[in-house]
Ligand binder design. Structure first.
Ligand code: ZN
Length: 331
């Protein structure tokens, strides 16, 4: 029995599909891994590179994590794997992409494949994406491209159509708690707290446990903002917006939490039981007065505001006000 990607929790369907393809040497030239920060897409990219290049010291597990190639990839010292990211800039420029791809026409040094991992694919400018597109159209047989993004809609359709997209799994509170119990020595009440505040994202639960207050603060801010819409007035919510002074990365996390909160409320309306953000006791409350239409409208305007603030670099306050105004306008 093959065991694929043991380092990554959950995501069984994705792991089986990619693992099987690699084992049978019919992997795709381009993958898009999509999901919020902390959902495991970076880990999956690294493990996919290992699986492609693994020398199989253990034939039951892919990657084996013990051969020379696996170990070098783990140590980031494998020459045929390139990581492309924005560094400390807001975007990934066309020069960055061109420089990274300058080596594409040379055959790999160490193994059978060259892997290009674009860590902030959604930050690539349109010119940068077009530069990548040229390589995606006629890639050398040994090239594999992996694009990581919080939202694949931020990528050009011409790129998406040449890649296979996988969305990382989000987990129920119970599943996160089960994971944490196996992987953390923190006391039970803290594990419970982290599993409740993480919005179904394992990486967020870990940062909460590590004391990176940011994630916990943003999670509770998102919960407060959504509650205020349901139980407060438009004026209350607008005042709250003036206090939200976050970086773009923080806004990205804030919106992931806010959207999963609203998603839970929508799920409750239609009788769904899988919860990402709220506990069972809170799920149906508060939003009782909101129609399904109003909730889905809210979800859409959160999505739009996130696009504007995080991806289009728009000013935050007007975009936040639009969410509030749209919500209170619709009855
Ligand atoms: Zn190996």
């Amino acid at each position: 029995m093959e065991h694929f990607f043991p380092a990554l929790y959950g995501n069984e369907k994705i792991k089986a599909l990619i693992g099987r393809d690699i084992l049978e040497r019919r992997q795709h030239h381009a993958y898009i891994f999509e999901g919020p920060a902390g959902s495991g897409k970076h880990l999956l990219a690294k493990e996919t590179a290992k699986a492609l290049l693994c020398q199989r010291t253990d034939t039951n597990t892919l990657p084996c994590d013990a051969c020379l190639h696996c170990r070098k990839i783990e140590a980031h010292s494998y020459t045929d794997i390139a990581y492309i990211n924005s560094g400390d800039k807001a975007t990934v420029s066309v020069e960055t992409v061109r420089n990274a791809l300058a080596t594409l026409s040379y055959a790999p040094d160490e193994g059978d494949y060259k892997v290009y991992i674009f860590e902030d694919a959604d930050k690539m400018t349109v010119q940068a994406q077009n530069a990548l597109l040229l390589s995606l159209e006629e890639p050398p047989a040994y090239a594999v491209f992996i694009l990581l993004t919080t939202d694949s809609a931020a990528l050009l359709e011409t790129i998406r159509s040449r890649a296979v997209t996988f969305s990382m799994e989000l987990f129920s509170r119970e599943a996160v708690l089960a994971y944490l119990q196996q992987n953390s020595n923190a006391p039970k009440p803290r594990l419970q707290e982290a599993s409740e505040a993480c919005g179904g994202i394992i990486g967020a639960a870990k940062s909460i446990l590590d004391g990176e207050a940011d994630t916990a603060v943003l999670s509770s801010a998102a919960g407060d903002f959504i509650s205020l819409l349901f139980t407060g007035t438009a004026a209350d919510a607008l005042i709250y917006c003036t206090q939200m002074k976050y970086s773009r990365t923080q806004f990205d996390t804030f919106f992931v939490f806010a959207m999963s909160a609203v998603r839970d409320k929508i799920s409750a309306k239609v009788g769904g039981k899988d919860l990402l953000f709220y506990g069972k006791e809170q799920q149906g409350a508060e939003a009782a007065g909101s129609t399904l239409k109003r909730l889905t409208g809210l979800y859409d305007s959160l999505y739009e505001a996130r696009e504007e603030i995080v991806h289009a670099n728009a000013a935050a306050y007007p975009a936040l006000c639009t969410i509030v105004e749209k919500y209170f306008r619709q009855n």
